[in-house]
Design a protein around this ligand. Structure first.
Ligand SMILES: O=P(O)(O)OC[C@H]1O[C@](O)(COP(=O)(O)O)[C@@H](O)[C@@H]1O
Ligand SMILES: [Mg+2]
Ligand SMILES: [Mg+2]
Length: 337
């Protein structure tokens, strides 16, 4: 068993990521204790305002954001871009890195003792703060998430596979569990917030209709649905046992590009998913090829087992008339996944 410090000291990652990764691990371990204490730590789910996206900000969103900004000081990070801040902050004028972070993902679950997390991404710093981050996800030199669940785990990639660590609460060390995570190729699980069905586009409705039709439908098999409402938790499940996640665009005001942020959420998760052998798209096109045109831009997000993600893209190419999943002649694509 190897601690994060030992792994990061190896040549497996760029040396410049060693100190910031240790800082992320230290802050995450501290946050994990705070979260595990729940209301004994205070009113963590209490609303304290709203962020630049208009999302309600919970006390823990702010605690986590301030803790990571502070913890990353002096670790070689120049620019800190956070979901919770309107603009990029300079935290070390001599640093050579940019960090984009969703300090606390799954905020609606803080109050109800369900898994939440932190998502982070590293790029090389440019002179201009916005230019540093307004580049495609292919510029990431590392990224991952920490999930605060029954276990606190770190899942991270530095561009050469995906490593999975678990925090040992007795020693405070992140212990390597799997040096090479790979998304299983078969799964019968899909994850989507089905309450938005009436707002979706036809390709997404047809894809889900066909899953729901089960054995009697064009897919000829039964599926299971999951929705935790924490991106980190859905990602963790899919990395461990396969499946597909969809947060598509829909007709609601403010959801024209889905809900999830390209910079803070989708790009780092897409990096992990691809490094674990999966696919991540906006429904059709590769997420990692998309450059945000502003820091907080949102994007439709589909990721998981490659065949499933590819299947969703094929549905987007279907004729635009409404297709019924029932009756077997709905024009659903005939590909196996
Ligand atoms: O409440 P909805 O619409 O189902 O959205 C859930 C999604 O929103 C998020 O909570 C957004 O992240 P934040 O909590 O960081 O704002 C994702 O983790 C999750 O996938
Ligand atoms: Mg989030
Ligand atoms: Mg968040």
């Amino acid at each position: 068993m190897t601690s994060v410090a030992a792994i990061l000291a190896s040549d497996a990652i760029p040396k410049k990521l060693y100190q910031p990764m240790l800082a992320i691990c230290e802050v995450a371990a501290q946050l994990s204790r705070t979260i595990a204490r729940g209301e004994l730590s205070g009113s963590l789910g209490h609303e304290v305002g709203s962020n630049t996206d208009g999302d309600n900000q919970k006390a823990l969103d702010v605690i986590a954001d301030e803790a990571f900004a502070e913890g990353l000081r002096g670790t070689g990070v120049r620019w800190y871009a956070s979901e919770e801040r309107e603009e990029v902050v300079e935290i070390d004028v001599d640093g050579g890195l940019g960090v984009a972070i969703d300090p606390l993902d799954g905020s609606s679950n803080i109050d109800v003792n369900v898994s939440i997390g932190t998502i982070f991404s590293f790029v090389e710093a440019l002179e201009d703060p916005d230019d540093t981050f307004l580049r495609s996800g292919t510029h990431q030199i590392g990224g991952g998430y920490v999930i605060y669940g029954p276990q606190t785990a770190l899942v991270v990639s530095f561009g050469d596979g995906v490593q999975h660590y678990i925090l040992d609460p007795d020693t405070g060390a992140f212990v390597l569990i799997n040096p090479s995570v790979e998304i299983p190729e078969t799964s019968i699980e899909f994850a989507i917030n089905a309450s938005n069905y009436r707002h979706w586009s036809k390709p997404i409705r047809t894809y889900i209709d066909d899953c729901l039709a089960g054995e009697a439908g064009p897919r000829g098999k039964n599926f299971n649905m999951r929705w935790v409402a924490s991106l980190v938790a859905e990602t963790h499940r899919i990395l461990m046992r396969g499946g597909i996640f969809l947060y598509p665009s829909d007709e609601r005001q403010g959801y024209e590009n889905g809900r999830l942020r390209l910079l803070y959420e989708c790009a780092p998760i897409a990096l992990l998913v691809e490094q674990a052998g999966g696919r991540a798209t906006d429904g059709s096109a590769r997420i990692l090829d998309r450059a945000p045109d502003s820091l907080h831009v949102r994007v439709p997000f589909v990721f998981g087992t490659p065949a499933k993600v590819e299947r969703v893209a094929v549905y987007h190419d279907l004729p635009t008339q409404e297709n019924s999943a029932f009756g077997g002649s709905n024009g659903s694509p005939q590909i196996e996944s």
